[in-house]
Ligand binder design. Structure first.
Ligand SMILES: NC(=O)c1ccc[n+]([C@@H]2O[C@H](COP(=O)([O-])OP(=O)(O)OC[C@H]3O[C@@H](n4cnc5c(N)ncnc54)[C@H](O)[C@@H]3O)[C@@H](O)[C@H]2O)c1
Length: 258
């Protein structure tokens, strides 16, 4: 497994699901981790899990839709650990609806968290990475296959994840000479509280049937697991990925191959 010894990482949305798994794995592989989340107690709990496995971490309340909050998270991390080597823009939200079912306020909410959030945290992160000595770092954005192909009735979600892929490419190219790499992960459906919330909200009377259909949708016959996504983020964050920038790494049980 790739190592992050001595590296400093900030993971957004690290209080749950994929972000939690990334924070735990990064700490296990030697990184000092800022566990950042809108849900402060959830971030505290994950930092506690890291301590319990003899890792180094702290919990940071963060609202990615607020540039002041994003800058504070980066500044606190750099004050505590001396620099920022890895930023994982993982925080994200979803909703179901085609174009005519998507209300303007819902569209705005998704753009705020999924697009503006990546912009603000990347901006704060890149400012830190450019100013530190030695200069540089790695950014890993959590996009989705929903940014690569259409997923039925996910108009706003697909839109925002397409934007994450574009932001990944722009950032990668604009800072390619500054020792900053930027890549994104495009998961298919992964069994997390995000999917659980979707099942309860949109399929309350048919949770198990819908869960089975979600499993069956992947050619591999099941949804992915957060612990299967985290190692890809680890690779992209590691020095072994020195030649990888601007990439979209799909990890979807074969969904987009058919
Ligand atoms: N689960 C999937 O099937 C799947 C598939 C592809 C991509 N993704 C993406 O992976 C990422 C993580 O998803 P997950 O399934 O682990 O979700 P999750 O709901 O389990 O966790 C998301 C975390 O983000 C936090 N968050 C939400 N809004 C925030 C904000 N404004 N500021 C800071 N934190 C905030 C939440 O508190 C939560 O802890 C998201 O970007 C999601 O779009 C998920």
């Amino acid at each position: 497994m790739f190592r992050l010894d001595g590296k400093v990482a900030l993971v957004t949305g690290a209080g749950s699901g994929i972000g939690r798994e990334i924070a735990l794995l990064f700490a296990k592989q030697g990184a000092n981790v800022c566990v950042a989340d809108l849900n402060g107690p959830a971030a505290e709990a994950v930092a506690g899990e890291i301590f319990a496995q003899d890792g180094e971490a702290f919990a940071q309340p963060l609202d990615v839709t607020d540039l002041v909050s994003a800058r504070a998270a980066v500044a606190t991390t750099a004050e505590r650990y001396g620099r920022l080597d890895v930023l994982v823009n993982n925080a994200g939200i979803g909703m179901v609806g085609n174009l005519t079912e998507t209300e303007p306020e819902d569209f705005d909410r998704l753009v705020d968290v999924n697009v503006r959030g990546v912009y603000y945290c990347s901006r704060a992160g890149v400012e830190q990475m450019l100013g530190q000595d030695p200069k540089g770092g790695a950014i890993v954005n959590m996009a989705s296959i929903a940014g690569q192909v259409a997923v039925a009735r996910r108009f706003a979600y697909c839109t925002t994840k397409g934007a994450v892929i574009s932001m990944t490419q722009s950032t990668a190219m604009d800072y390619v000479g500054d020792n900053i790499r930027c890549n994104c992960v495009c998961p298919g459906t992964v069994e997390t509280p995000f999917v659980e919330a979707y099942l309860q909200r949109y399929h309350a009377g048919e949770v198990e049937e819908t869960r089975a259909a979600l499993h069956a949708r992947q050619p591999l016959g099941r949804m992915g697991r957060p612990e299967e996504i985290a190692p890809l983020a680890l690779y992209l964050a590691s020095d072994e990925a020195a030649y990888v920038t601007g990439a979209q790494m799909t990890i979807d049980g074969g969904l987009t191959a058919r």
